[in-house]
Design a protein around this ligand. Sequence first.
Ligand code: ZN
Length: 238
Amino acid sequence: MTMVAILSGAGVSTDSGIPDYRGPKGLWRQDPEAERLVTYGPYMADPEIRRRSWRMRLDGPALSAEPNAAHRAVAAYERAGNALRVITQNVDGLHQAAGLPERKVLELHGSARSVVCTGCRARSSMAEALDRVRAGEPDPACRACGGILKSATVMFGQRLDPVVLGNAMSIAKATEVFVAVGSSLQVQPAASLAGIAADHGARLIIVNAEPTPYDPMADEVVREPIGTALPALLDRLR
Ligand code: ZN
């Protein structure tokens, strides 16, 4: 059985109404004020930044978005018994929402569906935290220790979880096919996974509307829209 690894980036979720936030041309990078709301130092130092950050989440599409054809095709591919791991730069949880088992997904940038306490590390649900914001707590504190809560995502200024990154690198080295889809492959270290996979003999397939720095080392580059290109590609890999 061919082992396939998929690196999914922002482009996979744009059909679900989630814009590219953190890519080089993403919304946050275009807007320094918005970027401060998701940057660790300012977030921890300034209660007003936190209040605005929670309000931004209330208004955002993250919790209401639905999986699209690409997420469904990936989940169906795994459900059919194919060997698959997904490494995602997205924090929206839509691969899992489409039915992909949690253990098959590595979330390089964490999850916007959970919150974590910066004091005691306790995790709880984002939906519950947003309910508290709606109910009049503009900057809800940890119920256990009173610490500052944040989205369980990797904010700017934070390192990726070394365990998650290590697992992603192991997968990149071991996989036979590495599909980078909807990623500009410009944000490191996620992008380097494509190079690691190719260096270790994987067939590298890039599905992205725009050129990426890794196109020259790819075996195949697909420019068609992800919602049709990814299901067709996975059918071919079966
Ligand atoms: Zn706590």
